[in-house]
Design a protein around this ligand. Structure first.
Ligand code: CP
Length: 308
């Protein structure tokens, strides 16, 4: 049994095995009704707690459906409704939950909360997003890229806008899967230096480019995310919009990438802000495949965590 806390904390071979398993599990279910149980039932008799301290559509539904397809049961918990939101320590919560459930997925604010949960839980803990990273999303994104274009190794991925938690997990993945990254956005929203340096130390190229037009030249994949994340103060909204407007992904920007470049967004998106509807609904967009693959990739992550 093991935790899945971040892409840079999981061995590249294990990550690749999980992506391969996700593709196989997806293929095996093709055309079946969504509630059909997987043939091998790897989570039979397992209970999984899904804790949310922030809103969620994709993470909540895909984990819930994924556990059920694998024969397990879920308990979806809101941080506010638990004693966790009313003074009980994370360590005590982790120890108590470990007596009831076989695995914990948590979406929270501070990375420290996730790490403390993992330290004190005696069952596997999965990172369903913190302010610093979102590894399950990027596992789904790698699966999606590879389903459309083959191996992502050696490709050029361009992240546009805010160097946020999703960008951080893409940088983790660059080092582990061996692809190059360009971040294009204003300097004040650069990703944390530690993420950039760690990827570079693993032998991939990471470039910070202020000019979005230049950044996307030769790109295999262009990625956008909301300009104001869940953990950002709404008071920063106007300033961020002014800073990020030059980094909007539109048809003109997409045209500067490779002709077969893909567009990704983890969703939810703010149409006509960080990306235009023409791109989101256009032929290069794979946004709904990414959303679907949250289900398949996370099923592989859960099996990995439980040694199944
Ligand atoms: N991409 C993502 O994590 O979506 P939710 O916030 O809806 O879970």
């Amino acid at each position: 049994m093991t935790d899945f806390l971040d892409i840079n904390k999981t061995a590249p071979d294990d990550l690749k095995k999980m992506i391969a398993m996700a593709k196989d599990m997806k293929q095996a279910r093709m055309g079946q009704p969504k509630a059909t149980l997987d043939a091998d039932q790897p989570l039979a008799n397992h209970m999984v707690a899904l804790i949310f301290e922030k809103p969620s559509t994709r993470t909540r539904v895909s984990f819930d459906v994924g556990v059920r397809q694998m024969g397990g049961q879920t308990m979806v918990l809101s941080g506010n409704d638990m004693q966790l939101g009313h003074g009980e320590t994370i360590a005590d919560t982790a120890r108590v939950l470990s007596r009831y459930v076989d695995m914990i997925m948590i979406r929270t604010f501070e990375e420290a909360t996730l790490l403390e949960m993992a330290e004190y839980a005696s069952v596997p803990v999965i990172n369903g997003l913190t302010n610093r990273s979102h590894p399950c999303q990027i596992m789904a994104d790698i699966q999606t890229y590879e389903e459309h274009r083959g191996s992502i190794a050696g490709k050029k991925v361009v992240w546009t806008g805010d160097g946020n938690n999703v960008c951080a997990s893409f940088l983790h993945a660059a080092g582990q899967f061996g692809f190059d990254m360009v971040f294009t956005g204003p300097e004040v929203l650069d990703p944390e230096t530690v993420f950039v340096e760690e990827a570079r130390a693993k032998g991939v190229s990471v470039t910070l480019e202020r000019d979005a037009q230049k950044a996307v030249e030769g790109a295999d994949l262009i990625v956008a995310d909301t300009w104001v994340s869940m953990h950002d103060a709404q008071s920063t909204r106007e300033r961020r919009h002014n800073q990020l407007r030059p980094y909007q992904v539109n048809e003109e920007l997409m045209a500067r990438a490779k002709p077969d470049a893909l567009f990704m967004h983890c969703l939810p998106a703010h149409r006509e802000e960080e990306v235009t509807s023409a791109v989101m609904d256009g032929p290069q967009s794979v946004i709904f495949d990414e959303a679907e693959n949250r289900l398949h990739a996370q099923k592989a992550v859960m099996r990995f965590c439980l040694g199944k």
